[in-house]
Design a protein around this ligand. Structure first.
Ligand code: BG6
Length: 484
């Protein structure tokens, strides 16, 4: 048994996003959003990365699993009771912007949407679970995408300001922990998810992406200030998709290349949101890539005055970089590019499994910023098998999570101020990048499948009892409940 180092009051729980669980895509006055027009299956990843997505549904060719998802909209009470049974003291969820403002540009919010999240927060409170709310998680209202061009358009800053003001006023007595934009830096690889537009062409992709990101930096900084005014004891964080970037070998050219790639991807957004200014290295990067950001007077001051209170991150994989990679090498790496790391095994979806990378990530972030950290996503997407006796023996998931929690423990011993952990997809849900049900992350199995079949029945997996024991012992015992 390993020595525990998690502090008293450590936040243990799970994470989901509205569009991946709620379903009920046209109920309660909700408007369509980005996830509603993303098809299920292999086509999704291609559409996410290629320029020119048209945001129209094509029901003859594709399925749209987010429309029903796991029907959390109607099952939230049962699901929250299961989270409570595991011992969660925190639950990360997002609010679907288009439930609150169906089109995104209305003056008045939709009361039915607001009331739904009231019910969810009340249910969490009943079980002593602290909500951690992502304000925008890959679910920009479709109208803002089609009419305004998504975050390329400055007007979204004002619409977002109206949206967050409504949220902070409405939930000020119920929610203290907030995150502004999910995986804000993910836009460097997938502008569509976070920024709600598909690049016009490969040549203009970086220009459009960093313009959109600038608008989100301003919007996020405004949200932090508005949140602090309305909820003085709130804690508002940024959310980074963090992938420590290794050099393929000790060739200094490769080391420098890894440093540059890693800095733009992992740090640029954080430097702006946490330190309150564009970093000096961004000047050269913008010049060399013909990126010219249009700013309004006062933007830089807003950014300086709206820095976050804590840093949250998702961690799934590391990235290995090489300067002159062949096309074959370039395609054999992770979701976020790079080359294959010969020391790492990968998941069934090719994501390299690297628990030590999490310890490295936490150390790198804490060394740089000295702010409290929270791991708000981590987990293994895997195929699960329902046994004849109704059990799900997901030892591979337990193994993955155990090694990552152990790595967090080491980071805490290294001196990192880590305040919480919410495992991704604590209940099976629709995968963001592949639009599949089959890519399962949960401690709770949901009987729902890619062909549309399934009863939506919930079942506790083996990992459910394992995580329950981890939480009960505050991370002291990672070996599973006694007797196993
Ligand atoms: C993160 C997202 O990128 O990774 C989640 O914030 C997503 O929305 C998670 O579900 C896992 O990715 P995927 O593609 O396996 O669902």
């Amino acid at each position: 048994m390993s020595r525990s180092s998690f502090p008293e009051g450590f936040l243990w729980g799970g994470a989901i996003a509205a569009n991946q669980v709620e379903g009920a895509y046209q109920e309660g006055g909700k408007g369509l959003n980005l996830a509603d027009v993303l098809p299920g299956g292999k086509a999704r990843l291609r559409l996410l990365t290629e320029p020119g997505f048209n945001f129209e549904m094509d029901r003859d060719t594709y399925t749209y699993p987010n429309h029903e998802a796991i029907d959390f909209y109607h099952n939230y009470k049962e699901d929250i009771a299961l989270f409570a049974e595991m011992g969660f003291n925190v639950f990360r969820l997002s609010i679907a912007w288009s439930r609150i403002f169906p089109n995104g540009d209305e003056k008045e919010p939709n009361e039915e949407g607001l009331a739904f999240y009231d019910r969810v927060f009340d249910e969490l409170q009943k079980h002593g679970i602290e909500p951690l709310v992502t304000i925008s998680h890959y679910e920009t209202p479709l109208h803002l995408i089609k009419e305004y061009g998504g975050w390329k358009n400055r007007k979204l800053v004002d619409f977002f300001e109206r949206y967050v003001t409504v949220l902070f006023n409405r939930y000020k007595d119920k929610v203290k922990y907030w995150l502004t934009f999910n995986e804000i830096n993910g836009a460097v690889h997938f502008p569509l998810f976070g920024l709600g537009f598909s690049a016009t062409s490969e040549e203009t992709r970086l220009q459009e992406t960093f313009q959109g990101l600038h608008h989100q930096f301003v919007a996020s900084a405004k949200a932090v200030q508005i949140g602090h005014d309305i909820i003085p004891d709130s804690r508002i964080g940024c959310m980074l998709l963090y992938a420590p970037t290794y050099s393929y070998d000790s060739n200094p050219e490769n080391v420098m290349h890894a440093l540059e790639e890693g800095r733009i991807f992992n740090f640029l957004c954080g430097d702006v949101q946490i330190r309150g200014a564009y970093p000096r290295y961004s000047t050269r990067y913008f010049e060399e890539n013909d990126i010219d950001i249009e700013m309004e007077e006062g933007d830089l001051q807003t950014i300086a005055e709206g820095t976050v209170d804590f840093i949250s991150l998702s961690y799934y994989m590391s990235r290995t970089e090489k300067k002159d990679k062949t096309a074959e090498e370039a395609s054999s790496g992770n979701l976020i590019q790079g080359v294959k790391n010969p020391f790492l095994a990968a998941s069934d979806w090719g994501w390299e499994i690297d628990p030590t990378g999490l310890r490295i990530a936490l150390n790198e972030l804490y060394d740089r910023y000295q702010l409290p950290l929270m791991v708000v996503e981590n987990g293994l997407g895997a195929y699960d098998k329902l046994e004849e006796d109704g059990s799900i023996q997901d030892d591979y998931r337990i193994d993955y999570l155990k090694n990552h929690i152990q790595a967090m423990k080491e980071a805490v011993r290294d001196g990192v101020d880590l305040i919480g952990y919410t495992a991704w997809g604590c209940i099976d849900l629709v995968s963001a990048s592949s639009g599949q049900y089959a890519k399962r992350y949960g401690f709770i199995y949901v009987d729902k499948h890619d062909d549309g079949s399934g009863t939506q029945e919930r079942r506790r997996k083996k990992s459910f009892y394992w995580y329950q024991d981890v939480i009960r012992t505050n991370g002291e015992n990672l070996e599973g409940p006694a007797g196993e």
